[in-house]
Design a protein around this ligand. Structure first.
Ligand code: AMP
Length: 511
């Protein structure tokens, strides 16, 4: 059964059940389904049946869920765009994606416009208010068509849109929901949604919840980042399945009252997106003795996650936790630079093959060809994605993650191409050349970003004032998490022989 069918079945079984809880608002399955039905008809009246993506702009509001479901039930994949994105980035996503419709759950910032783009006010969708205008007969997205497009940092300075089909999503959801099966959850599960919907980790909580008639409990960015509000919000949530980056769990663990007394129904922690340290896993298992901790691994390009392992005492003594074994329908290969498969134990690039691999980047055949391929799995040609991650497999198929082969980093769970920031820094007035370094702590985890810029003039003002001014302008182009904490003006950015900023020379302080 596909994802839409399962949500329909959940709404038919118990329309009064809570689909989404956010800031005291409750959206029932009946409201979700009927709102999406009306919206799908409205979208069908607005757009030709051309499968063009629909941008959905907002944060954690219940209307976001209605908008996602309305778009796919009208035959259009949706592109989730978070409130934290600056206008320039939203505009580039609208342009790159070819979207002709934006559903604005929150008012769009000034400066986002594009010829042929229609903006509909979608704030009232959760309350049954559908934007007025012509309606038509909708056609749902088919399983082999894109269901959503998530944009992720691109090294060219423009984000790239990963297309995930309904079929890939259904395979993923089947498996991910199953990770909670034997956990002893009582009553209707409540899934924690911490990641913004524009980040594919949220797909794990959103669709595992909605396809099984469970409740999604969203924490907004303001509550997540504020100790007292976070504590209160979590305490009233009844969460039984926790989905977040390890960084967010670390933030919560800093509060000594974050334990099973606060979240008595919690039975499963599902992590993905960045390294889970043994210390974090150990602390969680101590504070939540009835819960299991599951580490999962995967990039957006393979639909959230493709490997999993339940962390037990046997893993906690090592310096690094495993990221797990492949889910059914997925094969993990480790290959060398020439693409030759390597034997167990040897480190190389992680290549993911199987039924949840993306069909490629939207409107970017060049990027798609560079990253996606077809490999032979037991004699069957199978779509595969070259992750750019380093890893090794044990002889019994356990995967260990070993860092990146390129300039992509994770900062507090956010995926960032350093070249993305560098390209946007070069757009800032007076910046001639730029380089960005990821600064790591002793455990190898990125603690912050340090940018270096070469200006075309002698700066006026203190180094702090100059850096503040440059950062202010950069914020117009990139989300806050991509703005380097430190920004230093240097006389000259050292360059490598092939014309790229020499990050290594900057690290050793030789510019
Ligand atoms: P994203 O597309 O934002 O989910 O980021 C995917 C990248 O995050 C992967 O290619 C890895 O580099 C990293 N990643 C994902 N899961 C893990 C994990 N469990 N441990 C370490 N790194 C991870």
């Amino acid at each position: 059964m596909d994802v839409i069918e399962r949500i329909r079945a959940a709404a038919t079984r118990d329309g009064a059940a809570v689909a989404h809880a956010y800031r005291g608002e409750r959206l029932s399955y009946a409201q979700l389904w009927s709102g999406a039905t009306a919206l799908a008809a409205r979208i069908a009246g607005e757009l030709r049946d051309d499968g063009s993506p629909v941008v959905v702009y907002g944060h954690k509001e219940s209307s976001m869920l209605v908008a996602f479901l309305g778009a796919v039930r009208a035959g259009h994949p949706y592109v989730p765009v978070d409130l934290s994105w600056p206008a320039d980035r939203i505009a580039s996503v609208v342009e790159e994606s070819g979207a002709r419709l934006v559903l604005a759950v929150r008012p769009l910032p000034e400066g986002v416009s594009h010829p042929g783009m229609t903006v509909l006010d979608a704030a009232g969708l959760a309350d049954g208010v559908v934007p007025s205008g012509p309606t038509g007969t909708p056609r749902e997205v088919a399983p082999d068509e894109p269901y959503y497009v998530v944009y992720t940092s691109g090294s060219t300075g423009r984000p790239k849109g990963v297309q995930i089909t309904g079929s890939a999503l259904a395979h993923f959801v089947d498996w991910a929901t199953g990770l909670t099966n034997d956990a002893g959850i009582e009553g209707t599960p409540v899934w924690l949604n911490q990641a913004p919907f524009s980040f594919d980790l949220s797909v794990m909580d959103l669709y595992c919840a909605l396809t099984s008639g469970a409740t999604l409990h969203s924490l907004d960015a303001a509550s997540a980042g504020h100790a007292r509000r976070r504590h209160e919000e979590l305490g009233g949530s009844g969460v039984s399945v926790w989905v977040s980056t390890p960084s967010f769990a670390d933030l919560c663990l800093a509060d000594r009252a974050f334990d099973a007394t606060l979240l008595p129904r919690l039975r499963v922690f599902l992590f993905c997106g960045e390294t889970l340290s043994p210390a974090t896993a150990r602390a969680l298992l101590q504070r939540f003795p009835d819960a299991k901790v599951v580490n999962t691994y995967g990039p957006t390009e393979s639909t959230v996650a493709v490997t999993s392992v339940t962390i037990g005492p046997e893993h906690l003594d090592g310096t690094a936790l495993p990221v797990g074994r492949a889910k059914p329908g997925t094969t993990i290969l480790i290959r060398d630079e020439a693409g030759t498969p390597l034997p167990p134990g040897e480190p190389g690039e992680i290549v993911i093959a199987g039924n949840t691999v993306s069909v490629g980047y939207l409107h970017r055949p060049d990027l798609t060809e560079a990253a996606f391929t077809v490999v032979d799995v037991d004699g069957v040609p199978t779509p595969a994605y070259r992750t750019g991650d380093l890893g090794r497999l044990t002889p019994d198929g356990m995967l260990y993650f070993g860092g990146r082969l390129d300039g992509q980093v994770k900062l507090h769970g956010y995926r960032i191409e350093l070249e993305d920031i560098e390209t946007n820094l070069r757009r800032v007035t007076g910046v001639q050349q730029a380089a960005v370094l990821a600064v790591r702590g002793e455990d190898g985890v990125v603690t912050h970003l340090h940018g270096f810029v070469q200006l075309d003039h002698v700066p006026d003002g203190s180094p702090l004032a100059v850096a503040t001014g440059l950062k202010r302008e950069l914020r117009a182009y990139v989300p806050e998490y991509m703005v380097p904490k430190l920004l230093t003006v240097v006389d000259r950015i050292p360059m490598t022989p092939n014309g790229k900023a020499d990050r290594r020379a900057l690290l050793t302080g030789s510019p």
